[in-house]
Design a protein around this ligand. Sequence first.
Ligand code: SF4
Length: 376
Amino acid sequence: MGTRVISFYDNFKCLASNCPNTCCRGWKISIDDETVRRYNKEEGREGMRLRTTMTFGKEKEVRKFFGRCANETNDGLCRLELQGRKDLMPQVCRVYPRRSIRIGDDMEVTFELSCPMSARLFIENLDNIYLKEHEEDDIDPVWIQDMFNEKYYRDILYIRDKVIEYINSDVLLPKLLDDLYMYFRSLHNHVLSQDVDIKTLPVIVENDNDSKCSYCFYSLSIIDKVIMNDLKDGRIKFFDVLYEFSKEYNRIFGQMTAKEADYFFDEKIREMIEKYPGLHKKYKAYLSYYMYQMLFSSYESVSFYKEYLLGVVYLMIIMMTDLVDYLNGRNLQDMDRQVNNLNNCEKRLRHNVSTKKHISHRLDEEFIKENEGYKF
Ligand code: SF4
């Protein structure tokens, strides 16, 4: 069995009580079946206490008190870890922020950028994103892809290498987004036609019409609804990490028509990137990182096209957080701010199950149906 880990894997160190954004708050913490069994077997007072921390119903979750995990101490630490009872932590807590996926005998481990430390390591390693061999057998797989087909698996790895090679070439982001869109769309249709030999499809046929490409891959009318509606998700909004951002965004874009907003976004992103070329590198590095994760985790569902479209929404929101900072005169070389923006977007968008569902539904209704004539 071979384990591959992301290049900055060995530099990770949990911030524990110094974490501004502890992973124990703000989202659903599922308890896997094995941990439920352990809770039910645990004897004495601790056993009783643990059982009260589980929700009712078939799919168990950790109960929250004022949004905090029932096992969090007043110092923001995990009581189970402090007691040396890692075995009683749900699997997701034992492994987080590692994202580990097993296919056949291979496992890949990257990090969820919803953790501030992982987001920092990503921002510090933009030139250095790749997978490397990992000798030790010390990581549990969180996701196991049951179906294994040697040829299909090798093809996925081949496709991924080619896509990442293209991202790392000197292609500019607007054209890259369009070319990848065309590729994943064809890949989807190829698979729909029951042709599982995915390697026969040329990886990236460059569209030669790059003069039309815009940083505005989606009309801002879609992005606006994601920011102003989907991100809120009915929660008390000032607790939301992106609340300030959505207010500032609305002050800038709120009075524009969709057409004006599209034009303004493209023009100002170009201006911002010219002033801060490192941002272009960051956006491309985000896409590579996303590809490493997405092409492996969509192995079984074959939902590459839809996942790609979701990834471009996340990317455009990250670009928008930079743009709002830029238009407000903030320093875009401020590393802490960069980490914060990325981390908040990942936490609130990609790793929030209901927000992801809302965005996915919006794409079905307002993009896929429009372009393809069907919905997923
Ligand atoms: S979010 Fe990351 S740094 Fe913070 S407590 Fe969790 S694992 Fe540690």
